[in-house]
Design a protein around this ligand. Structure first.
Ligand SMILES: C[S@@+](CC[C@H](N)C(=O)[O-])C[C@H]1O[C@@H](n2cnc3c(N)ncnc32)[C@H](O)[C@@H]1O
Length: 401
């Protein structure tokens, strides 16, 4: 089902009620607690999850809603799935494309770009595409095969230059402009005749587009957001009236929940991430005992090379970074094993939070959709590709007369 018209507001309200009512389940990060704040309320669920293995957690990660866990997990899972359900925008054919269009584009990225382009159908034909945070401008170049003009905005000079060369190679007249889209002069780049497209422009970057495009009066736009947590403010700044009147207040940490999904990570990356987290969890046990304070202690992110240190050195070095001196530790293997055991527990407990990833992401998308509605747009909200291709697969299409 594609969301449009009154269904946008209705779904937003239902999601808002659901997310607000379950804050005690999705806000706490299992990583930072030895006992979950909700464990006393749902002891059977907490105990069941803590018994499971790391492999079981990983197998359930992408589909936590299918897990046959004790109550209230199944009821919440069912509700979350229903509230996050969204259909795919119908595709159109792009016709024959020049060969070498996808030169330099990793396969998965090109598939995303094609899927995005195939979903752009508007009542009025666009005449000038504006690729917002374009990278090398692959999406814009694909769209401009229809004969429209093309402007690409990107702030990394190397990408601007590479984009220019690729357009020249295809004999395409395109403007590749170096522009920080957050800068005060970004609005001067945007004109009413532009049809802006933004594929995976992070947090503030795509929000800026919605604000500028609606102010300047663009007829259509298409946005597939990502990295909702990349914002300058400490807390989420709601865009629509509906979201501004909600009691939900989202920190940057909360905004990273929709991104905590790992469909594209390779085996090696996964192994490294697990090892790094198991070590951090072991260190957390150690620091609690050494400080005599039963509280999580945030630690900085560390280079991957730290994983090649032996475990005791790793702990000593990390302790030094936190101004701690370790004393009287004699069973390092036991501590390391305890870290891995905690990792299995944490990964399984995270499945509860996982149920709220898509609902929270859709809440954020609907805030953008309702904002555009308030600015006179008809909005259609759906997906543009299967989520195995990219978990950031929501696409917002907006047009006005
Ligand atoms: C995730 S990439 C997406 C690129 C392209 N749309 C795609 O899908 O291949 C985000 C792009 O935004 C660019 N970017 C980041 N901050 C920017 C800013 N303030 N102004 C303009 N571009 C920016 C980055 O250099 C990067 O190319």
């Amino acid at each position: 089902m594609i969301l449009t018209g009154p269904a946008l507001r209705e779904r937003f309200q239902a999601l808002d009620d659901f997310i607000v009512a379950h804050q005690h389940l999705w806000r706490p990060k299992p990583f930072t607690f030895l006992t979950q704040p909700w464990a006393a309320e749902h002891p059977e669920l907490a105990a069941w999850l803590r018994e499971r293995s790391l492999e079981q957690a990983e197998a359930a990660h992408n589909h936590p809603e299918l897990l046959a866990a004790p109550a209230p997990f199944p009821t919440i899972a069912q509700r979350a799935a229903a509230l996050a359900a969204l259909g795919e925008h119908p595709p159109r054919s792009l016709g024959a494309l020049p060969r070498r269009m996808d030169v330099d584009v990793p396969g998965r990225k090109w598939q995303q770009i094609e899927a995005f382009a195939e979903r752009l159908q508007f009542q009025q034909q666009p005449s000038h595409w504006l690729d917002w945070c374009s990278g090398k401008g692959h999406l814009g170049r694909l769209l401009a095969q229809g004969g429209q003009q093309l402007t690409c905005l990107e702030y990394d000079p190397a990408l601007v230059e590479a984009g220019l060369r690729l357009s020249e190679r295809l004999h395409l007249q395109a403007n590749h402009l170096q522009q920080d889209v957050l800068a005060a002069d970004a609005g001067e780049r945007l004109h009413a005749e532009h049809s802006p497209v933004a594929l995976h422009a992070c947090g503030d970057l795509h929000v800026r587009l919605l604000q500028l495009a609606s102010a300047v009066g663009c007829t259509q736009l298409a946005v597939a957001p990502c990295c909702y947590n990349r914002i300058a403010e400490q807390h989420y700044q709601a865009l629509s009236t509906a979201a501004r009147t909600s009691t939900l207040r989202l920190s940057k940490d909360d905004l990273s929940l929709p991104l905590a999904e790992t469909v594209t990570a390779g085996q090696r990356q996964r192994r490294q991430r697990n090892q790094s987290m198991a070590r951090r969890l072991a260190f957390d046990l150690l620091q609690r005992q050494q400080r005599g304070v039963d509280e999580y202690l945030p630690t900085p992110s560390l280079p991957v090379s730290w994983l090649t240190k032996d475990f005791a050195t790793y702990c000593h070095d990390l302790a030094a970074l936190k101004g701690l001196e370790l004393q009287g530790v004699n069973d390092w293997p036991a501590l390391e094993a305890a870290g891995w055991q905690r990792l299995a527990q944490v990964r399984n407990l995270e499945l509860v939070r996982g149920l709220f990833r898509r609902p929270l992401e859709l809440w954020l998308l609907l805030d953008r959709a309702l904002f555009l509605e308030e600015h006179g747009y008809r909005v259609r909200l759906g997906t543009f590709c299967p989520y195995q291709l990219t978990p950031r697969n929501f696409l917002l299409l907006a047009e006005r007369d």
